[in-house]
Design a protein around this ligand. Structure first.
Ligand SMILES: *Cc1c(COP(=O)(O)O)cnc(C)c1O
Length: 477
């Protein structure tokens, strides 16, 4: 026991803090159906609530937990609740949340086998279950990451390693400086996280060759024409679920282009949420061909409905993956089993696999199929309502779980329409019944609603419709 302020509490003090957290957590979860989704506080309000100097002396841990909640509550978004339709979020299921809590309590270092054989073996099993869930080849290797951005990074780092090998060097060992540039191509709709990764990995954000996407789907003729002008190896980034309206590139056609490129090509697919189409026989056609990719990135904290942070990457060539993230050193000499940290950027890691294990075990393939189909049905119902409602138009009919729409008014020009829709997003958020976010779709301000939360019911979709309709009416007035 460390003697000093706040840390010399009696042995029972830790329990009291856990009980305090439990009471706050269960009350919060119970409030989700009624709670305003967001109170949209200003940065000034939040600074006023929370900013203070570092405490010189500690205080009772149970009290600290309660104090934080009370002071921060105005800024807590009900994003795990049933009516948060912004960005692409999920909401932790009971099994996932319980697993996540336990992971914090047992506080394992899931970086290497020797740190926690239980964590390493659990992650291996989770990765295999995910491969089975998504019908990805069992021989692929993977890693759990903090989200899809890091999963994109893992896939693209492996692609970089492959491209270096094609050009005669070891990219991870020797770097890209002084080497021929490695060309990366994708559609104009690839996710900004993939672009961010190109910066992190030394390709350069501006090196991406973008080809047009019609209605969100890459123009294959334009891509083929681009490839004809490139002699060397190319990394192709495909979209399985474009973030504004949920459209898919034709992955099988991308795999054909990859196979036909004389200089060699690598196909990386960003399937952050789109991979979940694979769990439903009704929707699996959307990801046809994904099993021919070289690497695939997806999110856990979206449609798997596990808590932040969780994503996963899969690559066909595990040896290249390990080359990209190899570590050498006596200090961490390989253990008897699998070392996750030779497959990801980090070394020490959170045991995020436990939440995923609990969720997959508790709900199984059938549970996830039902969850995905329910979300897609909710999205379809909302899209039909948009189409049937005067003054609102669907911007791009959704094949999956994202509905992109906007308000239209006779006599408004483009700029006024954009302002109307930005104001509508603010009005819907401020109303608190439902939360949607804005975007720009094909040059026009638009509104998105994403459906990937296990809690959302048709009644919640009804409340979303009411909030949208009311915002529209108030803006016309
Ligand atoms: C959300 C998302 C990402 C980024 O994922 P994070 O989990 O936020 O890092 C990447 N690509 C797509 C298509 C996404 O929807």
């Amino acid at each position: 026991m460390i003697k000093g302020a706040g840390m010399d509490a009696p042995a029972g003090g830790g329990d009291e803090a856990l009980h305090a957290a439990y009471a706050l957590a269960t009350a919060f979860l119970a409030s989700l159906p009624q709670r305003a989704v967001s109170l949209v506080p200003t940065p000034q309000e939040m600074a006023l609530a929370l900013d203070e100097a570092l405490p010189e002396h500690g205080s009772d841990p149970a009290g600290v937990v309660g104090e934080w909640f009370a002071r921060a509550e105005r800024g807590i978004t009900a994003s795990p609740g049933p009516r948060f339709f912004g960005f692409v979020n999920g909401g932790a299921t009971p099994a996932a949340l319980a697993g996540d809590w336990l992971a914090s309590a047992i506080d394992q270092n899931a970086g290497l086998w020797a740190g926690s054989p239980a964590a390493a073996q659990t992650e291996l099993v989770v990765l295999r279950w995910l491969q089975e869930l998504f019908a990805l080849p069992g021989a692929w290797q993977g890693a759990l990451t903090s989200g899809a951005t890091m999963a994109n990074l893992v896939g693209l780092a492996t692609a970089r390693q492959w491209a270096g090998r094609q050009l005669g060097f070891d990219a991870a060992a020797d770097g890209l400086a002084g080497r021929p540039p490695i060309i990366v191509a994708g559609s104009s709709e690839i996710h900004l996280s993939a672009v961010k990764c190109l910066g992190t990995l030394g390709f350069g954000r501006n090196q991406l060759r973008r080809v047009d996407a019609h209605n969100g789907e890459v123009d294959l003729d334009a891509l083929a024409a681009l490839l004809r002008d490139i002699d060397g190896p190319v990394i192709l980034i495909g979209n399985a679920g474009e973030v504004n309206s949920g459209h898919f590139d034709d992955l099988a056609a991308l795999a054909d282009l990859r196979d036909g490129h004389p200089g060699g090509a690598w196909l990386h697919v960003d399937a952050a949420f789109g991979l979940f189409a694979a769990v439903s026989p009704r929707l699996a056609h959307l990801v046809r061909g994904i099993e021919r990719a070289d690497s695939v990135a997806a999110d856990g904290h979206k449609w798997l409905n596990v808590p932040y942070d969780c994503g996963f990457a899969f690559v066909r060539d595990g040896a290249l993956l390990r080359e990209a993230f190899a570590v050498a050193g006596a200090y961490v000499a390989g253990g008897a089993g699998w070392d996750p940290f030779t497959h990801v950027p980090e070394m020490s890691r959170r045991f995020r696999g436990l939440a995923a294990w609990c969720a997959l075990k508790a709900y199984g393939r059938a549970g996830y199929r039902a969850l995905v189909e329910r979300c897609v049905d909710n999205a379809g119902a909302f899209a039909r309502w948009v189409e049937a409602t005067p003054g609102i138009e669907l911007m791009n009919p959704a094949p999956l779980n994202i509905v992109c729409f906007r308000f239209v008014r006779r006599g408004l020009d483009g700029a006024a329409h954009d302002e109307l829709n930005r104001a509508a997003v603010r009005a819907i958020q401020a109303d608190g019944r439902a939360f949607v976010t804005g975007t720009v779709w094909q040059g026009r301000a638009a509104i998105r609603a994403a459906f990937d939360n296990w809690r959302t019911t048709p009644a919640d979709v009804g409340l979303l419709q009411e909030a949208v309709a009311q915002a529209g009416a108030s803006l016309s007035a």
